[in-house]
Design a protein around this ligand. Structure first.
Ligand code: FE
Length: 228
């Protein structure tokens, strides 16, 4: 069995949020999909260890913010590499509430979909929450972020499969080695720099300011290791 076959599945990238006792939490998820249209029904697969899992179970509802392709690493990192047990993830982002009081992100978000949970399927490490659509809106035109685009373009990782992505990964002359974050696996590629924060392509890792931090998880430079 070649489990690399799994890398050929395609996904989007979403922020799945929920409410519990007046508190909000959300997380990045790629496993969101529509399972039927009459009535419109969605499924999300959420790790049982995540706080969002607890919130969905408590509130019996979830809301999906559909991220735009242009969504910055900092927004994804805020929901993807921090725990709601330690920080209020919504404190640092623009969001609004649906009439039912569920929070959806309004920055770099194309649409939201709110659902009430009608079934929860135990899937070992994860629970698949099935929800009937209760509210939805398109917030902005644009192209949705895909999981592949996030991994291969935004995070600057080397494609493991999919030859179609080789063209995207073509790089200008390399200005020194790449460095990888030991916390979140983000790769700083000097050929790309960190354009979201004004670091020009061609800037070597060693030339970054001492207070430069990982664009995804916020770890310091000392958390990075040279990619060999
Ligand atoms: Fe990181």
């Amino acid at each position: 069995m070649d489990i690399r076959a799994l890398h050929n599945l395609s996904y989007g990238l979403y922020i799945v949020s929920a409410k519990k006792e007046g508190h909000f939490n959300g997380q990045v998820a790629n496993t969101v999909f529509q399972i039927s249209s009459d009535p419109p029904t969605l499924a999300v697969s959420i790790n049982k260890q995540n706080l969002t899992h607890e919130f969905i179970q408590a509130g019996k509802a979830f809301i999906v913010s559909v991220l735009a392709k242009e969504a910055p690493l900092s927004l994804i990192g805020q929901f993807g590499f921090k725990s709601g047990r330690e920080v209020d993830k919504f404190a640092a982002v623009a969001f609004q509430l649906t009439p039912a009081g569920l929070p959806y992100v309004t920055e770099h978000t194309l649409a939201y979909l709110e659902a009430k949970v009608i079934q929860a399927v135990d899937a070992g490490t994860h629970t698949i929450f099935i929800g009937e659509l209760t509210e939805a809106a398109v917030l902005a035109p644009g192209e949705p972020m895909t999981y592949a685009y996030y991994h291969q373009v935004k995070r600057g990782t080397t494609p493991k499969t999919a030859p179609t992505f080789v063209a995207v990964a073509e790089k200008p002359p390399v200005a020194g080695p790449s460095y990888q974050c030991s916390i979140c696996n983000y790769v700083y590629d000097p050929a790309k720099g960190d354009p979201e924060r004004g670091i020009a392509p061609g800037t070597p890792f060693t030339a970054l300011a001492d207070d430069w931090t990982c664009p995804i998880c916020g770890a310091g430079k000392d958390a990075f290791e040279k990619v060999v």
